[in-house]
Write a protein that binds this ligand. Structure first.
Ligand code: ZN
Length: 272
């Protein structure tokens, strides 16, 4: 039997990181690189298939990642670089809140930089966050620094340290939602559903109407097959957003959870 197929060959600009996979949902090791796809026979690359691509965050579990042909990479890199540079300028000018052209509310500059960190690192535009941290600290932006460091720890796969950074951020600014929500998220990534539940319940005490946190809780209960809690959390989701009621997938789970738990969900009567 001849062994043949296709795979990526001649990898360079390899970056290892950790992230939550967009496809399989697992948090784990990711590889970013540039390479070219070849048809192979006995793993000898013989037939070039298409041009060289930048692969971003190829998942160690499911092997899925984002593929961008190198010929179309420049505008992507440029956009990441431009945003990053403009936010660093804001920091240097002492602005913690930045107005984005497409948003009505201002965003915290630490959150903005944290949001772009993964792309900066995987595209090899930064090696680490040392200089970003130094610039933030020089402006007395300790909170922003903790936020950036927490995300960096997530990229490095050191979630315990990430959690500690978020706690520090929450201590610096007890009224900020972001670090407290992220604490719950990090517990999910750490594979600690109990801790995640506690974190989100705690968060919801302060922000009872945060839909995203209710979604996180419902997801946790679904994973644990905690039917009574599924009913409770879905009742909350339905009451917040009645437009979800007709959704067939949710209905199926909701009905099953009602049946299994013996609890009559508040919205059961509205379903056929
Ligand atoms: Zn995956």
């Amino acid at each position: 039997m001849i062994i043949y197929g296709s795979r990526m060959y001649f990898k360079d600009r390899v970056v290892k990181s950790f992230a939550e996979c967009d496809h399989c949902g697992r948090y784990g090791r990711m590889t970013s690189y540039q390479a070219k796809k070849f048809g192979h026979i006995y793993f000898i690359p013989l037939i070039p298939l298409g041009e060289k691509s930048q692969v971003l965050r190829e998942c160690g579990s499911c092997s899925m990642g984002v593929h961008i042909p190198v010929s179309r990479l420049d505008p992507v890199v440029q956009s990441v670089e431009e945003r990053f540079k403009s936010w660093i300028v804001e920091v240097q000018q002492g602005n913690t809140e930045v107005e984005l052209s497409d948003a009505e509310v201002k965003s915290n500059v630490g959150m903005l930089i944290a949001g772009i960190l993964d792309d900066l690192y995987c595209l090899k535009l930064i090696e680490n966050v040392d200089s970003i941290s130094a610039i933030l600290m020089a402006q007395g932006m300790d909170y922003e620094n903790e936020i950036v460091q927490a995300t960096w720890m997530e990229i490095r796969g050191t979630l315990d340290q990430g959690r500690a950074r978020l706690e520090a951020a929450a201590k610096l600014r007890p009224d900020e939602r972001y670090p407290r929500f992220q604490m719950g998220r990090l517990e999910v990534l750490r594979g600690n559903p109990k801790g995640a539940e506690e974190a989100f319940l705690q968060y919801l005490k302060a922000y009872p109407d945060d839909f995203s946190a209710h979604i996180e809780l419902a997801t946790l209960y679904e994973r644990a097959n905690n039917f009574a809690k599924i009913v409770e959390s879905y009742d909350k989701l339905y009451s917040m957003k009645p437009e979800l009621i007709p959704n067939a997938g949710m209905q199926k789970l909701y009905k099953k959870a009602c049946k299994k738990s013996g609890i009559g969900g508040k919205f059961l009567a509205q379903m056929k």
